[in-house]
Structures are given as C-alpha cells and as structure tokens.
Design a protein around this ligand. Structure first.
Ligand code: SDX
Length: 427
C-alpha cells in the first residue's frame, strides 16, 4: 500500500501525489497547487497549530488517546519513582540517563551557579512587593542575557552548555529572592550540600512550613512535581521558546518569552486559577451550580481539558497520589474534597464526556502547593522552574536541526484591498 495521498485540483483537473512521512505530509508541497503562475499556491490554515507539526523531535512522546507520557522513551511513572529532577534534566537535554560520573559533573556544574549577580538582586528589589513573581522572572531572564552577551553564540555547543548550567542553577535562586522580596524576609544563603531541590526549599524557607531544614517527604514530593512538569513536547511555551530561538536569540531572551507564554491562565497559569476556582466554590454543595455555569460557557473548569490528552493526563493521576503523601506532613487540605467531587461530577456529565475533557496537570498541583503554604502567585513560577529543562532541550534540539528555519508562518489576508490615502482635511 503506497504511503501517499493523491490530490485532484478540481479547479484545473491537475493531480498531485504527496508522500506521507511519519504520518504527515509536507505542507510546503501544497504550494505546487496553483491555478496559474501568479497564484502563490495552496496554504494550509491551522489556527493554534491544532493539527500542524512544526518539527521532528526526539525528546518527549505524548499519546493523548492512551494517556502516555515518556521522556526520551522512559515512562513518566518510572522517572517519578526512581529518578530526580537534575537527572531528568540531563536526560531531556542530552538524550540519555547519565552515568554516575557524568551525573556528578552535571550536578556540580549546576550547583556551582546558584549565586546571583548583585544586579539581579537589585532588579528584584526594584519591583513593588505586590509584583507577581512571573513578571519578575521574565525581567530577570532578560537581565541575565545582558550580563552574558557571549550567550548569543548559540551555535557553539560549549557556550550553549554553559548557559544551561547557569539557567538551571540560578532560576531557583531567582525564585527564592522574589519570594524574599514579596514576603519581606531574608533569603538564606545557598547550601548546596542539601541537593538541588533541598537547597531550593531551604532558600524558600520551606514555604509555609518555615522549617530551617527541608522536610524529606516534601523534598521528595517537590522532586516528583518538578519531574512531572519538566517537559511536554510542543506546548504553547515550548513552541514560543522554539519560535524565539529560531531567530538565534540568546537562551535567556528565548526563555523570557517562553515564561511569558506559560504565565497565561490557559497554560501554566491554570494551576493558580484552579485554586481560585476551588476556593470560590468553597463547598461541595456548590459544585452542581458551578458546573451549570461551565456548561452555559459562563466559566471554564480550570485544570480540565487539554489539546492533546483525550484521556486523563497521566501527570494528574500521579499528582493526585502525591497530594496524599504531602498531607501526611502538612495535614489535609479541605480543597482536595472539593476537587475530587468536582472531578467525579464533571466526568459523569455529557458536556465533558462528549468533549473528552479530563483533569490535566494543573488540576491537583495547586492543592499540594497550598497545603505546603506556597502563595498562589508562586505556583506558575514553580512550573517555569521545572519546565526550564524542557525549554532548553527543545531550544537546543532546534538549533541542531538542519531542517529548521526562522519561524515565519503564513496568513490568509482578508483585509481591505488597495485604497488611496485621504488627507486629514478631507476626512
Ligand atoms: C497546560 O499543551 C500542553 O501540553 C500544556 C501543558 C504542558 O505541560 O505544557 O499540558 C500544561 O497548559 C495544561 C492546560 C491548563 N489549562 C487549563 O486547565 C485551562 C482550562 N482548559 C481550557 O482552556 C482548554 O481545555 C485548553 C486551553 C487546555 C485546551 O484548549 P483547546 O485544545 O483549544 O480546546 P478548545 O478550547 O477548542 O475546547 C474544545 C471544547 C470547547 O467547547 P465547544 O466550542 O466545542 O462547545 O471544549 C470546551 C471548549 O469550550 N472546553 C472547556 C474546557 N476546555 C475546553 N469547557 C469548560 N472548561 C474547560 N476547561
């Protein structure tokens, strides 16, 4: 059976044979379909890239029908149970699980980067204490690009690697200084002997737990949450990272853009929005009324739905299990009962069933963060810290891909045709 599609252009009877490779046709081959030499050719129209692959990637595999997520072929369930975030970052960026020596070197090079340039401290302190930390992170990333102009040599793999160490090492410190600034407390000096996540928790005062030493169960939970948020193939913010990176911008500027995309409530900002939604519902008795509003399109069920998953997001299942591990330390978060009843009720309603809407990664993560005493405005910042490994992996993969060009989509122009200028006096 030939792996191809045959098109007949009914405007002139011409026939075209298009090969199917990896389940796709090359959209550029549609350009051959013209009615005359002035015709620019047929263009594919796909708002939001709902059915358009912009790259061939080897990093993350998502099967939306089966609810499968694998990083470089390793099931997320295995990585959460047996690996740690820095090792997963190595896997995503370099393609293999590291040997012990490579793991040690990777870890040490990143942990050696935790000190921030004083100008970054001053930048963070220049914000009002009410500033949202995602806005502060976006600015800090842009500022890092100005401190390291050598990072513009994006085609030099050694220069690229140095920036990755710095970004992975400094983002937790930036988060800790944002938290210290917005909550008016001194940031503990880094103690990398506690490990990557342990040092981060310690610099964040273990959030609301206010313990000096990172609690092992909380550390394990945060490690798992970072792994679960580390990558998700061509999501909105990763597509932006690739888009900005395609112009050969430095990784800091590219990541500032990706962070801005993640900030949106339809993407990474959903975890913060889920907490606001659950808190507004307040009681399971209010769930039917809320779901009525959703069905009438007066509200979105935040934390539900996904462009790819037509089944439960495997991360949501794992995060729901993690919640109970955290509650053993923090005590139950009453919002979990509302979330569980909301999920149960929604999954039994035709509106959600016919649209294949299930809980996604953001539905339960906020409940854990709240139980840990993390302020809601920091939830998406945690998502950004974890996703930095995935953003860097895709940014780097794209730069090494000879098929890639600067991102410049086409459009279908439906605006005004040519018009003559009318001077102001005559308007
Ligand atoms: C993330 O892409 C990724 O991988 C992202 C992510 C990652 O790891 O990077 O997984 C992280 O961003 C998860 C998603 C977090 N966002 C939310 O939880 C916000 C709520 N969800 C929706 O906004 C929505 O489901 C999206 C944005 C996630 C997906 O949007 P799509 O694919 O464009 O789907 P759609 O908006 O076209 O919805 C199809 C239908 C519509 O109804 P009809 O027009 O057919 O009547 O489903 C409805 C939508 O109104 N719908 C919802 C809904 N999500 C979709 N209705 C109510 N509540 C929702 N949450």
């Amino acid at each position: 059976m030939p792996q191809s599609l045959t098109f007949t252009d009914n405007r002139n009877g011409k026939r075209y044979e298009l090969p199917i490779m990896n389940g796709a046709i090359a959209a550029k081959s549609l350009q051959r379909m013209k009615v005359d030499q002035t015709d620019p050719g047929v263009v594919s129209y796909d708002p939001g890239y709902q059915n358009t692959a912009t790259t061939i990637s080897y990093i993350t595999y998502v099967d939306g029908q089966q609810g499968i997520l694998r990083y470089r072929g390793y099931p997320i369930e295995d990585l959460v149970g047996q690996s740690n975030y820095l090792e997963v970052a190595y896997l995503l960026i370099l393609g293999e699980l590291p040997s012990q020596t490579k793991n040690e070197t990777w870890r040490n090079r990143i942990l050696a980067q935790v000190e921030l340039d004083p100008s970054i401290h001053r930048l963070i302190e220049s914000f009002p204490p009410s500033a949202h930390p995602m806005g502060m992170l976006i600015s800090a990333l842009g500022a890092l690009g100005t401190l390291h102009p050598e990072s513009k040599q994006v085609l030099d793999p050694h220069v690229r690697q140095e920036q990755m160490y710095r970004i992975l090492g400094q983002l937790p410190a930036i988060a800790a200084h944002c938290y210290g600034h917005t909550h008016g407390h001194k940031v503990p000096t880094a103690d990398t002997s506690k490990g990557y996540i342990g040092n981060f928790l310690r610099m964040m005062h273990n959030f609301g737990l206010h313990e000096e030493e990172p609690n092992p169960a909380v550390q394990d939970a945060m490690n798992a949450l970072f792994i679960l948020h580390a990558d998700h193939e061509q999501n909105c913010s990763t597509a932006v990272m690739r888009g900005i990176g395609s112009s050969h911008a430095d990784p800091y500027s590219s990541m500032a853009g990706a962070t801005a995309a993640l900030y949106g409530p339809l993407h990474g900002g959903a975890n913060e929005a889920v907490l606001a939604m659950l808190s507004a519902i307040q009681d399971t008795a209010a769930i039917p009324g809320f779901l009525d509003k959703v069905i009438k399109k007066e509200a979105l069920l935040m934390g539900f739905g996904h462009r790819v998953y037509r089944n439960t997001d495997p991360r949501a299942t794992l995060i729901k299990e993690l919640a109970y591990e955290v509650f053993k330390v923090t005590g139950d978060n009453p919002l979990i009962d509302i979330a569980i009843e909301l999920e149960r009720a929604a999954l039994n309603m035709e509106y959600f069933q016919e649209r294949r809407l299930y809980p996604n990664v953001d539905f339960y993560s906020g409940i854990i963060y709240q139980a840990l005493g993390i302020p809601a405005e920091y939830y998406t910042l945690l998502f950004a810290l974890a996703r930095s490994a995935g953003w860097l992996a895709h940014w780097s993969e794209q730069l090494d891909d000879p098929a890639q060009k600067i991102a410049r989509p086409r459009q279908i122009y439906q605006g005004a045709v040519r018009r003559d200028f009318v001077p102001l006096a005559q308007r």
